[in-house]
Write a protein of this length. Structure first.
Length: 710
């Protein structure tokens, strides 16, 4: 393939890659967008759910606070013996708010008044009332009451079933965290929540309490009879109920509500912990982890809500990704089909260029086998494409004489020693054996790896130009030749003139010598005969020179009525000497019916001399002793007289047969090649024809016609 074809292929590859890259980028972008939107949605919904939980918890703690307010108010207006109202209030609230585990009233009793206090409660309310300790820490055992400045025994409980009775008299001061909260609520006169702790029942809880305000007219605690110094309303809250459990927990979700005195990681502070099954490790690497921390809007229970959500595969809507992938796939297909169509058009166009090119375009593989040939190539070579594809170029198309040279050039290109600007001229053999000249531009074809796989050549048919050049060259040579002939003609005229004198003198001397010899009786007999022959030859030389002069003279020849048979006999006589020398027999068979023609005598003689001389030379070249020339005249159609000259010489050489009548076509070393062309011109000028009988096999047969006179 040529470099343009390689370029084409390279372009194609680049564009395909670009299509794939663009598609891939688009696909990645769209997919990322879809995933990002999904993640964003998951994040929003996470925040929303955290918010909802936050609101829920905030509302609940506020409700708790207001219930506590109410409880404290109810307690404050009641005297100890009549706690029935308090109990009813508590019962009602317990029905309504399941997050409240228990209502309690706690008295603050100085240590020194503990006995008075216990007796008071035993005597008035609970006969087995006893103040005791309980650790909500590690041992979770009932304990003896510890010596502390103040005791905080529970004196009222609702609900109050039989098993709860033993809790009555429980001194909250045996647990530090209760005491801290109680202290805070007492000093700040507001409700304060304790740390979370585990109830005996196993539930996670915290207590929230506030000092009970003393209404107008109510006795101070010390004078109240019980010995207590103050009073607290207490709610035990199921910590876990501040937040509702998720019905369908999402994996990776963790939600902690914890007491602000602890950290998010300290389970001791946990009021509520909700953990979904964890996500996989891969998900925690791939996806982000969302976190949200919020503090409840409550002064008494400023618990912290911490939520964490590890995003995972579940956050992605796979159907959307599926649709995206499907759209991407279709768009990819469309792009590929479009690119393919585009390239098909390109290829079709390239093919059209190839076919309409005025040049021959040939592709060869490394072995010289034809891989490609365009229409013009087929036209010039005369083959169909199918006849040549796969055939070896050098064996089929290149003529024997050039094969080695052309193949060597080809090998050089294949070896990479190639000059792209060099042109190569060589001839090709067409299917019908014609030779055509082509100028080639060659290029090598390479594969993807850049290895040479063959050649691609474009060739211009320069046959017409080359023939025209050759013709011009020939004409140039002919011109030079004609000029030489002209000079020779002039020389011949001069020579004839010059030779005429000595020949006349020679004839005259010979005549005188002959007269002398005849009058000299003692003279040898042959001498007279010799002198006669010498005179004859001198005359003949004169005749030749005269003919020569006439032949080259530019004067118009006189047209006269000639006896053609006589003319032929004269010519035979004229050539007698040469005929004898050649040992050739001339047979003349004159036709009797018509013999007269109107013609220039010298010219017709010249034609006959040409034909006979050619025959003599053809016989002589064969070296044959039995040479014969047959001359015949006859009356032909259209009142033409036909003369034929046949010989049994070498016959016409095939190489020259078609160009016999062209000027300067000769097969002889010393020949000039003008005899036949001149003869034909002469005969045609007389209205006749001159031809060669190509079918004649015994030698050569020439013939001409002349119109019969009168
Ligand atoms: P020339 O005799 O100088 O070569 P002509 O024009 O007379 O030029 O002849 C041209 C050619 O024709 C000759 O060279 C010869 O090859 C061929 N030719 C002519 N006459 C004969 C013949 N009788 N036999 C064989 N070849 C002939």
């Amino acid at each position: 393939m040529s470099s343009t074809a390689n370029d084409h292929l390279r372009n194609q590859r680049i564009i395909y890659r670009a299509v794939i890259l663009i598609w891939f980028l688009l696909f990645i972008t769209v997919t990322s967008l879809v995933v990002m939107l999904d993640l964003r949605r998951a994040e929003t919904s996470f925040k929303e759910s955290v918010n909802v939980h936050f609101q829920q918890a905030s509302n609940r703690v506020q409700v708790i606070e207001s219930i506590l307010e109410g409880f404290a108010a109810v307690v404050s207006v009641e005297n100890d013996p009549g706690r029935d109202r308090v109990r009813r209030y508590a019962q009602k609230m317990l029905e309504q708010y399941p997050q409240i585990f228990m209502f309690e009233v706690v008295e603050k009793v100085p240590h020194d008044r503990l006995t008075v206090f216990t007796d008071y409660y035993r005597d008035n309310f609970y006969p087995d009332f006893k103040v005791k300790g309980f650790s909500y820490g590690s041992d979770r055992q009932w304990q003896r009451v510890a010596a502390t400045p103040y005791h905080m025994p529970i004196v009222f409980m609702e609900p109050f079933p039989e098993e709860s009775r033993k809790v009555l008299g429980l001194d909250l001061s045996s647990n530090d965290f209760f005491m801290r909260a109680l202290h805070d609520s007492e000093t700040q006169h507001r409700s304060v929540a304790s740390e979370p702790f585990t109830l005996v029942e196993g539930e996670l809880a915290y207590i929230i309490h506030r000092p009970v305000p003393l209404p107008e007219g109510k006795m101070l605690p010390a004078s109240y009879g019980s010995g207590a110094e103050g009073e607290f309303a207490v709610l035990v809250i199921r910590a876990d109920t501040l937040l509702e459990r998720e019905v369908h927990p999402q994996p990776g979700m963790r939600e902690v509500l914890f007491h602000p005195d602890f950290s998010e990681t300290d389970p001791r502070g946990y009021l509520h912990l909700h953990e979904s099954p964890p996500t996989s490790r891969l998900e925690s690497i791939v996806f982000p982890r969302l976190q949200e921390t919020m503090t409840l809007n409550s002064a008494s229970q400023p618990f912290i809500l911490f939520a964490e959500y590890q995003l995972g595969w579940g956050a992605i809507s796979w159907w959307k990704l599926g649709v995206t992938a499907l759209i991407a796939f279709f768009s990819f297909m469309v792009m590929m089909v479009y690119a393919r169509l585009y390239f098909r058009n390109e290829i079709v166009r390239a093919e059209r260029y190839l076919q309409i090119a005025r040049a021959i375009i040939v592709g060869l593989d490394r072995n010289g086998n034809i891989t490609l040939l365009n229409r013009r190539g087929c036209e010039i070579l005369g083959y169909r494409e199918s006849e040549l594809l796969g055939k070896n170029w050098f064996e089929t198309i290149v003529p024997d004489t050039e094969r080695d040279r052309v193949y060597a050039d080809f090998r050089r290109i294949i070896a990479g020693e190639h000059d792209p600007f060099r042109t190569y001229e060589s001839s090709v053999l067409t299917k019908n054996g014609e030779t055509r000249y082509i100028v080639w531009n060659n290029d090598m074809e390479t594969d993807r790896k850049g290895e040479i796989t063959g050649t691609l050549s474009s060739g211009q048919d320069i046959t017409e130009r080359k023939l025209a050049e050759e013709k011009a060259l020939r004409q140039q040579r002919e011109m030079a030749h004609i000029m030489r002939l002209g000079t020779m003609g002039e020389m011949a005229t001069g020579m004839a003139h010059e030779l005429n004198q000595p020949l006349t003198a020679l004839v005259s001397y010979c005549g005188t010598a002959e007269t002398l010899v005849n009058s000299w009786p003692a003279a040898p007999r042959q001498l007279g005969e010799i002198l006669l022959r010498a005179t004859e030859q001198a005359h003949r030389a004169g005749d030749i020179i005269r003919h020569l002069r006439e032949f080259v003279s530019k004067e118009e020849q006189n047209i006269e009525t000639l006896d053609l048979n006589q003319l032929i006999r004269d010519v035979i006589t004229f050539l007698k000497w040469e005929v004898q020398q050649a040992g050739v027999t001339i047979q003349f068979r004159p036709g009797g019916l018509a013999r007269h023609v109107k013609a220039g005598k010298i010219q017709i003689e010249q034609v006959l001399i040409n034909l006979l001389r050619n025959s003599l030379e053809a016989i002589g070249s064969e070296n044959s002793q039995g040479g014969r020339i047959d001359i015949q005249t006859r009356l032909a159609a259209n009142d033409m007289i036909e003369v034929t000259v046949a010989d049994n010489g070498s016959g016409i050489e095939t190489s020259i047969a078609d160009r016999l009548f062209d000027q300067f076509q000769t097969s002889k070393k010393t020949g000039m090649g003008i005899g036949l062309s001149l003869s034909r011109t002469i005969i045609e000028a007389h209205g006749g024809k001159l031809w060669v009988d190509k079918s004649y096999r015994n030698g050569a047969l020439f013939g001409f016609t002349l119109p019969a006179a009168g």
